[in-house]
Each structure stands twice: as structure tokens, then as C-alpha cells.
Design a protein around this ligand. Structure first.
Ligand SMILES: C[S@@+](CC[C@H](N)C(=O)[O-])C[C@H]1O[C@@H](n2cnc3c(N)ncnc32)[C@H](O)[C@@H]1O
Length: 281
């Protein structure tokens, strides 16, 4: 199967930049708060899935692209796992909230010498979509699993915007995906293929689910998109798909009671590394 070639939406080659450079700079005021709005939206869903997969006492865990560390801390404090290695290219938000059992590592997970582990759980949320080849990353992360371990990958999935009526909101979402692709290489078109990528990496009992949070005015997800669009404004307007006035209208629409758009959601896929000694769930 071909690696991540041109996007099926015909959007052309992804940009050469990287996450946190032209867009989502960690040193730009409030970036940690933006990541936390995403975490507030999705952490309960993520934790429910990780606990259903068995994450609990005795588990050693790797949190890839850990951001502000909300999942890493909840694994330790709620699920009671033994230890979490939280890795990020920029660890300023992680280092600000140390907890027992949490080890913080500044590293680029695409580097060939990034080979920690093995772990019972490897989890990456909203990270692979920003990296050049999710196929390559799924294969790499699966090699960090101990026998009987589980790889869990979550990323944004947008199943409705392309066919939805043209509104200020849908124009903004389309401009966001195109603008992020052009500037930092973000590509969500591969996300529905994650179960296939997990199987290709040799993992077993692969399954997946999708959660789409409702866009209610003032909700964490609505505030997340509004803040994301402000930070990505240059990239979005640069696509030619929206101008500043249309983007302002879309941000106002998000905060209004009349907002009836469907948010992109989160697809979570998981698969197990074979362990000859035990039955997987
Ligand atoms: C959208 S945030 C998601 C944070 C967290 N996983 C969450 O869901 O709340 C993406 C995170 O991945 C990190 N990241 C991006 N590329 C990375 C890389 N190549 N190596 C390590 N971390 C990376 C960023 O610094 C950022 O903290």
C-alpha cells in the first residue's frame, strides 16, 4: 500500500513546516489553555476507553505528544497505573504539573533514536495527524509495545464538512484543514484508515470508535475552535477560502445560540500486540 501520498481531497502536497512552528507555537500566550480546551472536551471519552482496555495498576504507559499532560496525570491519579512516560517536543506545560509516577521527556517522536519502552500502553492523541506519515508512526509506536500491550491512537476526523451546505462555519472548517495542511502538514484524511494501519503493523483485535462533541455556545469545544481559528488565522486566510470578515462571522456564529454546525470529532483506534501466554480482549 502506498504511504501518505497526495490527499484524496485533491488538496496537494502537505507543507514542509512542523506543528508548533508557524501555527500553535507553545511560547505564544494561551497555547496551553487551548490544548486544555481540547482536553476538557475529550479526556472523559479517552479515559473511559483506556480503562475499558484495562489500563490500571501495574501498567507502564507511554503518552506520546502529551501536551499539557491531562491524560498522563489521569492515568496515574484515577486509573492507578504504575508509571507514565510523557513525551513531547516541548515540555513546558508538562513540567509545570509534576505528579508521582510521571516522567517527562523532551524528545521528537519521529527521531529514529526515540526507542523507549517496552510499554503496556502506548497512547497518542491529536499527534499523528500533525506528523508526516501516520503509517510509519503507527508501525514505530507498535514496536514500543510489550507483548500483550495495546496501542491507542486518536485523531481528528471530519465526516460531514465536505458535503455540508456552504456556511460561514463550514467555510472556516474547510479553510482550517487546508491552511494547516499548507503550513504545518496536518492531514486528517488518513485518520479513517487507522484501523487498517494498526492491522498492517501486525496488531490484533483491532477496533475503533468515533466521538463527536456537540457545538454548544460557550462549550469547551466551541471555544477550542474559536481559539484555534484565531491562532491559525493567517494560514486560513492564506488559502483564499475565507477572508478575515468571513472568519470573524464564523467565530461569532460559534458563540451564538443559532449555531447548528457539526464539529469534527475524534476517532480512536486500538490494537494489541500478540502475547502467546494470554487471551486479549
Ligand atoms: C494538539 S496537541 C495534543 C496534546 C495532547 N496529546 C492532548 O490530546 O491533549 C499536539 C502535541 O504534540 C506535540 N508534538 C507535535 N509533534 C511532535 C513530535 N514530533 N514529537 C513530540 N511531540 C510532538 C506538540 O508539542 C503538542 O504538545
Amino acid at each position: 500500500m502506498a504511504d501518505t501520498g497526495p490527499s484524496p481531497d485533491g488538496a496537494g502536497s502537505p507543507g514542509e513546516g512542523r506543528y508548533g512552528e508557524r501555527v500553535f507555537r507553545p511560547d505564544q500566550g494561551g497555547e496551553g489553555d487551548r490544548i486544555d480546551l481540547g482536553a476538557l472536551t475529550y479526556d472523559d471519552t479517552t479515559m473511559a476507553r483506556l480503562r475499558a482496555l484495562g489500563a490500571g495498576p501495574g501498567w507502564t504507559c507511554l503518552e506520546v505528544g502529551a501536551g499539557t499532560g491531562t491524560v498522563a496525570r489521569r492515568l496515574l491519579e484515577e486509573a492507578g497505573v504504575a508509571e507514565v512516560l510523557a513525551v513531547d517536543r516541548d515540555v513546558r506545560f508538562l513540567a509545570a504539573h509534576p505528579v508521582t509516577g510521571l516522567t517527562v521527556l523532551q524528545a521528537d517522536v519521529t527521531d529514529d533514536d526515540f526507542t523507549p519502552g517496552p510499554f503496556r500502553l502506548v497512547h497518542a492523541r491529536f499527534v499523528l495527524m500533525h506528523l508526516p506519515s501516520p503509517q510509519h508512526m503507527v508501525a514505530r509506536l507498535s514496536r514500543l509495545l510489550a507483548p500483550g500491550g495495546v496501542l491507542v491512537v486518536s485523531d481528528a476526523v471530519d465526516l460531514t464538512t465536505a458535503s455540508a451546505p456552504d456556511t460561514p462555519y463550514t467555510r472556516a472548517v474547510r479553510a482550517m484543514w487546508q491552511g494547516l495542511r499548507d503550513t504545518i502538514g496536518t492531514d486528517v484524511t488518513q485518520v479513517p484508515r487507522y484501523p487498517e494501519l494498526l492491522r498492517e503493523a501486525g496488531l490484533e483485535s483491532v477496533a475503533a470508535e468515533i466521538h463527536v462533541p456537540p457545538l454548544q455556545p460557550g462549550s469547551p469545544i466551541s471555544r477550542f475552535w474559536a481559539d484555534t481559528w484565531e491562532r491559525a488565522r493567517g494560514a486560513m486566510v492564506g488559502t483564499g477560502l475565507v477572508d478575515d470578515a468571513q472568519l470573524d462571522e464564523a467565530v461569532r456564529h460559534l458563540a451564538s445560540p443559532g449555531c447548528a454546525g457539526l464539529s469534527p470529532g475524534m476517532l480512536t483506534a486500538w490494537g494489541w500486540k500478540r502475547d502467546g501466554r494470554r487471551t486479549q480482549v
